[in-house]
Design a protein around this ligand. Structure first.
Ligand code: ZN
Length: 193
């Protein structure tokens, strides 16, 4: 059964959608999760091109620039939709945010507690990075970290497919630290270049 809504503008009933199917006026934002809003399954294993296309199609409809002469309420709904679409797109694009969003939907708390072991590892890694004088060494370490990150992402993917949500949180923390170290190494490399 499709949910019906009453259009705020023409007051006719139409199926739940971004625009009224009768008068074509933009409807208020109904807060959904990032996945359903951008029309993709709730999955960690997403193809960026898929949700990117949906995002661009959606932005073409809701972009506030298109509502310059519209009713103030419709203009307001456009800006709400547009910023929600942007936020949803950012969540899906970032693997860490995407994973957190899925855990949240499944009611798994993933408040990142400061993990002392990871913190020490990260500090040591930074010291090693800073002490590296040759670009070669730095490049080698960067490659190694990138390969570790891709292994970790694979592990997270498997845990999601097995619905072992509770184990993912720890991997996510590790992935967060590693991603940070990778961007630090990349910055150092740029400085040396
Ligand atoms: Zn209408």
């Amino acid at each position: 059964m499709t949910t019906k809504i009453q259009c705020w503008s023409c007051l006719k009933e139409s199926p739940q959608a971004i625009k009224c199917s009768v008068c074509g006026v933009l409807q208020p934002l109904k807060r959904e999760n990032a996945f359903s809003y951008l029309g993709v399954p709730i999955s960690f294993d997403l193809v960026e091109q898929e949700f990117e296309k949906n995002f661009l199609d959606l932005q073409a409809i809701v972009h506030p620039d298109r509502y310059g002469g519209a009713h103030p309420l419709e203009k307001y709904y456009a800006s709400e939709h547009s910023s929600f679409a942007n936020a949803a797109y950012q969540i899906l694009k970032n693997p860490i945010e995407r994973a957190r969003a899925i855990l949240e939907i499944h009611g798994v708390s993933c408040d990142s507690k400061l993990n002392p072991e990871l913190l020490i590892q990260a500090m040591e890694r930074r010291e090693t990075l800073e002490s590296m004088i040759s670009t070669e060494e730095l490049r080698g370490m960067l490659e190694e970290m990138k390969s570790n990150a891709s292994d970790l992402k694979q592990k997270i993917k498997i845990k999601f497919s097995q619905h072992q949500f509770n184990e993912i949180s720890g991997y996510l923390d590790e992935f967060t630290y590693l991603s940070k170290a990778i961007s630090e190494a990349e910055q150092l490399l740029e400085k040396k270049a």
